[in-house]
Design a protein around this ligand. Structure first.
Ligand code: ACO
Length: 361
């Protein structure tokens, strides 16, 4: 038995490959370096959906915009009770209101859902009314507009596109596996996406970038980094944004996102000095992890620079996991369709190690 299914191959996929030794990510035959920063999110969705829907249009921008307008109707179900929950739980609850199905219209509504719902949830937590989608805008530009109530500039929309494309798919990660298991029962795409959201929200997976900001804020100055990190590790805490099940070198997505933060900072989108401070914390963390865990290659993962990028785009840390879901939802749906097309019911076995029934004397 493999603890945590490490090194177990549980599916064949044409969608993405994670090469943990080379630090390389391929999405449908394209390297991440080739895609990130050069591709709009709609194009990445199309790339992932290609071959899984018969009626897939060439340009998804308008149909996705119309799907945003459609799901916006569900925002009225966002009540005071839901607003007491974590944003990702509120987004999950609103997504659960969408009908199940396996067609392209369902898929596009599900891609639209985390974007529309998260923007409305963030605003409602600040006492602000929701902003209706503009179907004519690109997905990223509209997300930022729905979030802030004013248009985003091109650099900001491009930075969000870079983020969403960077995280749109990543092999058989925990949330994608959960989505494939749900899809394998033929429950429908909404069920698969809900399974994905539920697995994503944990701090060992998509819940890490919010706590990265807590760590940076707790450290405060570069000089304080070593002492703060050593105290955290002494308490038995894990450093958020470091370590990965598959990568034994730096996560290639970290570099793509750091580049996006730098471009945005140069365009005055982020607080000056924040990136340099984060780099100092990253260097200290890597040095200490190497000292403490010389046998385990622990390097920077996607979540570290995700935190900086989403902060620079005005997302509150409490909503970072929702933004991750906005991108990864495309991968969950493509994997669900792939599972349906060729896969059997996913049903592994467990080994019983409990007590035997008592024999009657
Ligand atoms: N900080 C401190 N120690 C760590 C870290 C970390 N970030 N990551 C791993 N370790 C240690 C573990 O404590 C363990 O030590 P031990 O053998 O003495 O118990 C050793 O390194 C191996 O760790 P595992 O738990 O076996 O690694 P696993 O592959 O199960 O976990 C994971 C990978 C969950 C990402 C882990 O590295 C972690 O918790 N990182 C912090 C959370 C995080 O950044 N999550 C986002 C991951 S990226 C993503 O999902 C999008």
């Amino acid at each position: 038995m493999s603890d945590g299914l490490e090194n177990v191959v549980a599916a064949e996929t044409v969608l993405s490959e994670v090469d943990g030794l080379a630090g390389r990510l391929i999405i449908r035959g394209r390297s991440l370096d080739d895609l990130a920063g050069r591709t709009r999110f709609e194009e990445a969705v199309r790339l992932l959906f290609e071959g899984f829907f018969d009626d897939l249009p060439y340009d998804l921008a308008r149909p996705l915009g119309e799907a945003r307008a459609e799901v916006f109707a569900e925002v009225e179900a966002l009540d005071a009770r839901l607003l007491t929950r974590e944003p990702i739980e509120a987004v999950r609850a609103l997504t659960a209101r969408l009908a199940d199905g396996d067609d392209l219209a369902t898929a596009l509504r599900l891609v639209a859902a985390p974007a529309v719902f998260a923007a409305a949830v963030v605003r409602a937590r600040d006492g602000l009314p929701p902003v209706a989608p503009d179907a004519a805008l690109g997905h990223s530009a509209d997300i930022l507009r729905m979030l802030r109530g004013r248009p985003a500039d091109a650099a900001q929309a491009a930075a969000l596109d870079t983020y969403l494309v960077t995280v749109c798919d990543h092999g058989l990660n925990a949330s994608t596996f959960a989505a494939r298991v749900a899809a394998s029962t033929r429950a429908g795409l909404t069920s698969a996406v809900l399974a994905g959201i539920s697995a994503l929200k944990g701090p060992l997976h998509g819940g890490a970038p919010g706590p990265v900001i807590d760590m940076l804020d707790g450290i405060g100055t570069p000089q304080n980094a070593r002492a703060w990190i050593e105290a955290a590790l002494a308490r038995g805490d894990r450093l958020m944004g470091f370590g990965h099940r598959v990568y034994r070198v730096r996560d290639p997505r970290a570099g793509a996102l750091k580049g996006a933060v730098r471009r945005l900072t140069e365009g005055a989108g982020a607080a000056p000095g924040r990136l340099a401070f984060a780099e100092a914390v990253e260097a200290a963390a890597l040095a200490i992890l190497k000292e403490r865990k010389p046998d385990r290659a622990l390097d920077t993962n996607v979540e570290f620079y995700t935190a900086l990028l989403l902060e620079a785009l005005d997302f509150p840390p409490a909503a970072f996991t929702c933004v991750f879901a906005m991108g990864r939802v495309a991968g969950w749906i493509a994997h669900a369709r792939e599972q349906l097309a060729g896969g059997r019911l996913i049903r592994p076995q467990s080994r019983y190690v409990g007590p035997e029934p008592l024999r009657a004397a």
